[in-house]
Ligand binder design. Structure first.
Ligand SMILES: [Fe+2]
Ligand SMILES: [Fe+2]
Length: 261
């Protein structure tokens, strides 16, 4: 019996039944707008491809370091899936690029509106134990499944890309389910705490990313205000002081700069 069919929490794996979270459903017009533009779709698919392939590499590393034989096999399977997802995204991006004549055009990517699903790039495999690794993966895969569900739902205008999300979503749900069932197996008493810890860590990293982006925006605004408001004021004062200066040589007051000689 294969790992996928040995009852590793596959009971919820019907992607058709899977619904996007309420917030994403409310924001579906925004997601539809983000995905409507072909150049932006190409850029997003290429970005997703990098994320999936990078995530696959990390999970392969996790397969090397774990001492649990079942986890090693599941991680290997998982890594192959992620690499395949990356390849599917890249192939679709290439096909769209060939079909469009405006290749290379710069488009607003709106990554913060429609991020890649996993966030596996935040993973530091060497610092993770089996239970923290599984908790991290479960939270990341759940997020990926939610993201890919809404992307699949809004991509009616591009059935080929929609079919890829549908196919990948099936795997992401398997990843989401096996990581949870394995977490319960390896950490029966502390799995809930590990899940909360992974969620809070993810939330904290999201906050740090947002704060960094916000700091960049505020820094740009302050420098722009300095350039257009404060600097002209200094230039005006300097010019006014210059106009008050007498031109040419003129005698210095006797008390100023007294000479010893
Ligand atoms: Fe994936
Ligand atoms: Fe995945």
């Amino acid at each position: 019996m294969s790992l996928r069919n040995m009852g590793i929490a596959m009971e919820n794996s019907s992607t058709a039944r899977h619904r996007a979270p309420a917030l994403d459903r409310v924001l579906s017009p925004v997601h539809r707008w983000v995905w409507r533009n072909t150049e932006r779709r190409v850029q997003k698919l290429l970005r997703f491809s990098e994320t999936e392939i990078g995530g696959g590499r990390d999970i392969l590393r996790a397969a090397e370091v774990t001492s649990d034989p079942l986890l090693r096999r599941l991680y290997m399977l998982h890594a192959v899936d992620e690499h395949r997802h990356g390849t599917l995204f890249r192939r679709r991006a290439s096909a769209l690029l060939r079909a469009t004549s405006s290749a290379g055009a710069r488009t607003f990517r709106a990554d913060w509106l429609s991020p890649a699903g996993h966030g596996l790039d935040e993973l530091n495999v060497a610092n993770e134990s089996d239970d923290t690794m599984l908790a991290f993966l479960h939270v990341a895969e759940k997020s990926a499944a939610a993201r890919f569900t809404i992307y699949r739902d809004v991509l009616h205008s591009d059935p080929a890309t929609q079919a890829i999300f549908e196919e990948i979503l099936h795997d992401e749900m398997f990843h989401m389910n096996y990581t949870l069932s394995q977490l319960v197996r390896v950490s029966p008493d502390r799995h809930r705490w590990q899940l909360w810890r992974a969620r809070l860590t993810r939330l904290w990293k999201a906050y740090l990313r947002l704060a960094t982006a916000l700091a960049g925006v505020i820094g740009t605004m302050i420098l722009t205000i300095q350039y257009f408001v404060v600097l002209p004021l200094f230039a005006f004062l300097a010019k006014r002081a210059e106009r008050r200066e007498k031109t040419g040589w003129h005698p210095v007051a006797a008390g100023r700069n007294p000479s010893e000689y």
